[in-house]
Design a protein around this ligand. Structure first.
Ligand code: AMP
Length: 346
């Protein structure tokens, strides 16, 4: 089933111990769309400025991504981000963020984008995420990503956006920051506890005008009753340590795919989300079980591992489906073990 994504479409300048690149194609929506395009048709919603080149748009077109809702704002400047990594590639310093055309942007989704069953609210101002969410009340699966900036600067709006989605995908530190819990597992369980039945009044839903879905049933749009509100799937991204999945039914964790060389981790989280959500979208007519979510985690993990091998979007641009399949298989081998009990002393 087609996927609509809103989020940053950007130029990124990145410095890592392995080199530096200026004004590469980047942005959360871009990294997500390229990864998800291996699974389903993806429609990108977002603005770019006069400075955004056709070559960059071609990168999306070449992967079959629908860019009809990428709006060029005359006189505007494309979102710009500059970041720097040290030897610990799990932490980075943001040196500059220029929202550019995202300031004051009011998304108007085309009929095609509105009709997607799956929606990914990639990292951008939560108000904007909510505006897009409101235009897709019938979406069957809605996932959301965010970051420390919005947790600090727009917490109320972010809480409302979270209450309107089915799946929350955050970095581990951001999940802790959001919930004030030290244990990642406790933090994820805390977010799960925010979900409520439609009859409950959740702390953040008073001004909400949408009816989010449960995982296994259509959303409330079109007169169907909603099942419950708030995320019931939590994914904690842990950088080079992998990702963890927490649902009401269980816990699952995968390491990152072991690589000898990591060049640029920028966009790894969004690429992971593209593989994860893309896999779910490819199975959207099935019930979203924990087993399906585990398979989605493996595909997200495999996709992310390719992204970090080169700067920007370069590696994903020339990735083949068979390479993803092979890496998922290897990941399965790496993470399997048989229970072989030995007699243990008291
Ligand atoms: P990730 O490494 O997966 O967290 O994503 C990095 C991407 O997020 C980069 O390509 C940036 O352009 C984009 N990005 C960085 N800061 C922001 C922000 N404040 N809002 C939206 N996107 C951002």
């Amino acid at each position: 089933m087609p996927i609509t994504v809103v989020g940053s479409i950007a130029y990124d300048s990145v410095s890592t111990p392995f080199g530096e690149r200026q004004r590469m194609l980047g942005g959360a929506a871009v990294h997500f769309a390229l990864a998800a395009s291996f699974f389903q048709e993806v429609r990108v919603v977002g603005p770019v400025g006069d400075d955004f080149g056709e070559t960059e748009l071609d990168v999306l077109r070449n992967r079959g991504v629908d860019i009809s809702d990428v709006e060029r704002i005359p006189g505007g400047k494309t979102f710009f981000w500059r970041g720097k990594y040290g030897w610990d590639l799990n932490s980075r310093e943001t040196l500059d963020t220029q929202l550019g055309v995202f300031e004051g942007f009011q998304p108007k989704l085309s009929e095609a984008s509105r009709s997607s069953d799956v929606l990914f609210l990639a990292n951008i101002q939560p108000d904007l995420q909510r505006e897009v969410r409101a235009q897709m009340p019938a979406a069957r699966f809605v996932a959301l990503d965010s970051m420390n900036l919005w947790i600090e600067a727009a917490r109320d709006s972010l809480m409302k956006a979270i209450a309107e989605c089915d799946c929350l995908i955050l970095n581990d530190s951001e999940l802790r920051q959001l919930t004030d819990k030290a244990s990642l597992y406790a933090a994820a369980r805390e977010v799960l506890s925010w979900a409520s039945s439609p009859d409950d009044s959740s702390p953040d839903d008073s001004s909400s005008d949408t009816t989010p879905s449960g995982n296994s049933a259509p959303a409330g749009g079109g007169g169907e009753p909603s099942v419950r509100r708030g995320p019931r799937v939590i994914v904690a991204k842990q950088g080079e340590y992998g990702a963890a999945l927490v649902t009401a039914d269980g816990f699952f964790s995968l390491p990152a795919f072991p690589l000898e060389s990591v060049v640029d981790p920028t966009g790894a989280g969004d690429t992971f989300a593209g593989g994860f959500v893309g896999y779910i979208a490819a199975h959207a007519d099935e019930e979203i079980t924990d087993e399906l979510l585990r398979q989605a985690m493996a595909h997200g993990t495999a996709l992310a591992s390719f992204n970090v091998e080169e700067f920007g979007t370069h590696r994903i641009e020339r990735l083949a489906g068979a390479e993803i399949v092979a890496r998922v298989r290897q990941l399965r081998e790496f993470t399997q073990f048989s229970a072989a009990p030995v007699p243990l002393g008291e």
